[in-house]
Design a protein around this ligand. Structure first.
Ligand SMILES: [Zn+2]
Length: 262
């Protein structure tokens, strides 16, 4: 099983190496570690250099971090991406859910990262929250990478799926959508074309319901353990009424196609 989006560099993880050992033991094959701010990119790079078979590094400026970033982030990102052949770009995106979003700064940061992803035809991980009209406006007026792009933890409506697919979207399902209160989003995922589906933990966030949690993090059970990805896959396969082995190889081939085919 592969994890399309998580944050192993997160400082809330106190013992990352043990966590990685547990991921490998559980059978996680690859994961995409998303930086969110220039201050954590070095850590992402360090982890991916140490575990090149497991970790694909992704570098980006998260829309929550745009106010905190000084102007140098753009040149730093350009350099990083140029030097790292397996890089992905993100987490980037648009967010009107946070208090007082600076829309102009968010859009500028997003378009810069989009342009870089276009230049390298790199996998791009996008976060959109309460900003679907804004995003589809940009989708209609800008070019997006030929390989497509990932809408991480897709929280948009079923009505948008066709247009997003037409423009190359992949959609990743997070274990958080298995909570009863998220039943509507689980239904949305039943309508996503199977060849565009990916799976993520977004660890340490997006903790799935207790019934889905197979791995806990000692002392901080409120955090999501990345080895929960297998259990998330099993539960989603049941909801989609697909036999697990078939589902698992389908997810593998989507992951390889989107992230690894260069
Ligand atoms: Zn994330």
């Amino acid at each position: 099983m592969n994890d399309a989006h998580l944050h192993l560099q997160d400082e809330r993880f106190k013992d990352t190496e043990s966590l990685i050992a547990e991921m490998l033991e559980s059978g996680v094959k690859r994961c995409v570690v998303n930086g969110t701010h220039p201050d954590d990119w070095d850590r992402v790079q360090e982890l991916s250099t140490k575990h090149p078979d497991l970790i694909l590094p992704s570098y980006g400026l998260h829309p929550w971090q745009t106010p905190a970033a000084d102007d140098n982030w753009k040149s730093k990102l350009k350099e990083l991406v140029k030097d790292s052949p397996q890089h992905c770009i993100g987490e980037c995106g648009l967010d009107r859910w946070i208090e007082n979003p600076d829309k102009a700064a968010q859009e500028d940061a997003f378009l810069f990262q989009l342009e870089l992803a276009n230049k390298y035809n790199a996998p791009l991980s996008i976060h959109i929250l309460k900003a679907w009209g804004w995003f589809t406006d940009l989708l209609r007026t800008h070019s997006f990478p030929k390989r497509g792009f990932l809408l991480h933890s897709y929280n948009g409506s079923a009505e948008l799926i066709d247009e997003l697919v037409k423009h190359g979207a992949y959609f990743s399902f997070s274990g958080h959508f298995l909570h009863d209160k998220k039943a509507k989003q689980l239904d949305v995922f039943k309508r996503i074309p199977l060849n565009r589906l990916l799976l993520e933990t977004d660890a340490p966030d997006m903790l799935p319901p207790v019934s889905v949690v197979s791995h806990k993090i000692q002392d901080t059970p409120q955090l999501n353990h990345p080895a929960n990805i297998h259990s998330i896959a099993e539960h989603l396969a049941k909801h989609l009424k697909i036999e697990f082995d078939k589902f698992s190889s389908l997810l593998d081939s989507n992951f390889n196609h989107f992230f690894l085919t260069r």
